[in-house]
Design a protein around this ligand. Structure first.
Ligand code: IPT
Length: 271
């Protein structure tokens, strides 16, 4: 078989590690993967990428592009008879998917800092055009509300370290600082750590930071980042295995849906 991967920007750490895990698993099973990268987050761009992969006669598709339920149905139509597995879609969509639970991950971050005694908590979300960014944000708000808390500030980034750096600067320019910042991904947290250090704050004594992803290098940030782990290797393995199984058993038209759990990895940016 030849598998097609339509993916969001590979300059981002998470999608590139997911693509790598998919390639590795497919290679091990003797299959080839062709990749098409979607540079903007429009459905139209995703459609173009899928068509490009279909014209290369792929047997099955993995789609790591953020899609709301409605857009995922439209994209599934474009795939026609070629089985597709979605990796970043609204969990309420009925297309086949393998997803990390965004509510669980968001809850783990909030519960961790609240258990440490933090009450003044700032949030840095991902770009709100991304369904995963929106659901993590919602999960944070829900869990904070359960603890009778509201975020002391909410800022929206674009997943990049540069945006984390810039937004942390904004948080520090406010009259009252939070004591903890929850960040929607490790890459933005990397920028946050630099901004805090330039400002002269001691991490974690004066400010705690929690990331999200646990990408390969997060244990080597300074200080080593406390984060919510999404096991991208497992995502790569499961998605390839499921898609291939669906291709082999022709009577199974759908790859089904699987939810993967997240876990808190406590390192040295929280106290
Ligand atoms: C998600 C990452 O958590 C985030 O850091 C960012 O890279 C984003 O992807 C890009 O789309 S992981 C995804 C499978 C929800």
């Amino acid at each position: 078989f030849t598998l097609g991967l339509a993916t969001t920007e590979l300059a981002l750490h998470a999608p590139s590690q997911i693509a790598s895990a998919i390639k590795t698993q497919a290679n091990q099973m003797g299959f080839n993967v062709v990749i098409s990268m979607v540079e903007d987050l429009s459905v139209q761009a995703c459609r173009t990428a899928i068509n490009e992969l279909l014209s290369q006669r792929v047997d099955g598709l993995l789609i790591n592009v953020s899609l709301c339920a409605e857009d995922s149905h439209a994209i599934e139509q474009v795939c026609g008879k070629v089985p597709a597995l979605f990796l970043d879609v609204d969990p309420d969509s009925d297309v086949s998917s393998i997803l990390f639970d965004p509510y669980e991950g968001a809850r783990q971050g909030v519960e961790h800092v609240v258990a440490l005694g933090h009450r003044d908590i700032a949030l840095i979300t991902g770009p709100l055009i991304s369904i995963s960014a929106r659901l993590r944000y919602q999960g944070w708000l829900t869990t904070l509300a359960e603890c009778q808390l509201k975020p002391c500030s909410v800022l929206h980034g674009d997943w990049s370290a540069a945006s984390g750096y810039q937004l942390a600067g904004q948080i520090l320019s406010l009259p009252k600082h939070p004591t903890a910042i929850l960040v929607a991904n490790d890459q933005m947290a990397l920028g946050v750590l630099r901004a805090l250090q330039e400002y002269g704050l001691q991490i974690p004594v004066q400010m705690s930071v929690v990331g999200y992803d646990d990408t390969e290098d997060s244990a080597y940030y300074y200080p080593p980042l406390t984060t919510i782990k999404q096991d991208f290797r497992m995502l790569g393995q499961e998605s390839v295995k499921r898609l291939v199984q669906c291709l082999e058993e022709r009577h199974v038209p759908h790859a089904g849906s699987l939810r993967l759990t997240t876990s808190l990895v406590q390192r040295h940016t929280t106290a």
